[in-house]
Design a protein around this ligand. Structure first.
Ligand code: THG
Length: 263
C-alpha cells in the first residue's frame, strides 16, 4: 500500500522553523527518510501558521525535489498555493484536497486535468462532515460524478471519508469503516480511497498503537492509501500483514523486507 508520508507539514515545529528561517535541512532530511522507508508520495503542507502559503508551498516543493524523486501530494485549502506547486512538480502530483462543493470542485478538477494530477476528494461540504455513512457516500458520489465530467478517471480520484480524533468523534469510527466498504460498490471501476490516519490519535495516549490498529481495520474495510507516518516501522509492517491477509500482496517468508520499499 502506498503511504503518503505526512511529515513535511508546518504543523510540526521543525518544518515551521525551516519555513521561517529558509533553512531546508529538516525538510530534506524528512524527504529522504520517508522515501527510504517506502513512502509512495510525500505530503507537502505549509501548516496553519504560514502567512504566505503560495511562496512557502513553492519553496517546500523546490527543496523537496532537490533530494527526492517521490511524487508529491500538495496539501492545502489554498488553491493558488496548490497551483503554484503543480507548476513546478517534476512528476504527476496528487491534489490534497477538495470537498464536495462548487465552485471548488470546478477549480480543482480543471487543475487536475491541466497538470495530469490525481485528486483527493473529501466527504464533506459547506455543511461540514456528516456523521452517517450514507451521507458520506452521497458526497463521494457527487465527487465521482463531477470528476467524471472533467475526464478524471476513477484511478486518479481518491475519496477520503475523513477520520476524526477518537477522543472527539468516537461515534464516527464505525461510519468511516462502513463508508469505505460502500465506496467500492459506487462504480466500476470504483474510485480509490485514502485517509488522514494520524488524525485518529490526536490528543490521545498510545498514539502509535491506535494508528497501527486503525490502519489494519481500515484496510480490512477496503482502504487503498493513507496519509501517515511512513517512518513508523511497526505501522508499515502492520500494513504489510493486513494486506497479506486481505490477499492484496503475495506472501513469502521475508515479505516485510521484500515489500518494504515497494508498496
Ligand atoms: N485527510 C487528508 N489530508 C490530510 C488530513 C486528512 N492532511 C493533513 C492531516 N489530515 C494528515 N496529516 C497529519 C499530520 C500530523 C498529524 C496528524 C495528521 C499530527 N500532528 C501532531 C499533533 O497534532 O499532535 C503535531 C504535533 C507534533 O508532534 O509536533 O498528529 O485527514 N486528505
Amino acid at each position: 500500500m502506498l503511504i503518503i508520508g505526512e511529515r513535511i507539514n508546518g504543523m510540526f515545529r521543525d518544518i515551521a522553523n525551516a519555513i521561517n528561517t529558509g533553512d531546508p535541512t529538516a525538510v530534506q532530511e524528512w524527504a529522504k527518510k520517508q522515501e527510504k522507508n517506502g513512502a509512495g508520495w510525500l505530503d507537502i503542507n505549509t501548516g496553519p501558521a504560514s502567512d504566505d502559503p503560495v511562496k512557502h508551498m513553492k519553496w517546500l516543493v523546490e527543496v523537496t525535489q532537490e533530494v527526492s524523486d517521490v511524487p508529491l501530494a500538495l496539501d492545502s485549502t489554498n488553491y493558488d498555493a496548490i497551483e503554484a506547486g503543480l507548476e513546478i512538480c517534476k512528476q504527476p502530483a496528487l491534489i490534497n484536497s477538495v470537498p464536495a462543493e462548487w465552485p471548488k470542485m470546478e477549480r480543482v478538477f480543471e487543475m487536475a486535468q491541466k497538470y495530469n494530477a490525481g485528486v483527493i476528494g473529501l466527504a464533506m461540504n459547506e455543511k461540514g462532515i456528516p456523521k452517517d455513512a450514507e451521507s458520506r457516500v452521497a458526497l463521494a458520489m457527487e465527487l465521482c460524478a463531477c470528476a467524471d465530467g472533467y475526464g478524471i478517471s476513477m484511478e486518479d480520484l481518491y475519496i477520503d471519508p475523513l477520520l476524526l480524533p477518537v477522543n472527539v468523534g468516537q461515534d464516527h469510527g464505525p461510519e468511516v469503516l462502513e463508508t469505505l466498504r460502500q465506496i467500492k460498490t459506487l462504480s466500476d471501476p470504483a474510485p480509490k480511497t485514502t485517509i488522514g490516519l494520524s488524525n485518529i490519535s490526536q490528543g490521545t495516549k498510545k498514539r502509535e498503537l491506535i494508528n497501527r490498529i486503525c490502519a489494519v481495520m481500515l484496510i480490512a474495510a477496503g482502504l487503498d492509501t493513507a496519509v501517515g507516518d511512513a517512518c513508523d516501522d511497526e505501522l508499515m509492517e502492520a500494513i504489510a500483514c493486513a494486506r497479506l491477509i486481505m490477499n492484496l500482496d503475495i506472501y513469502c517468508d521475508s515479505f516485510v523486507e521484500v515489500y518494504k520499499n515497494r508498496w
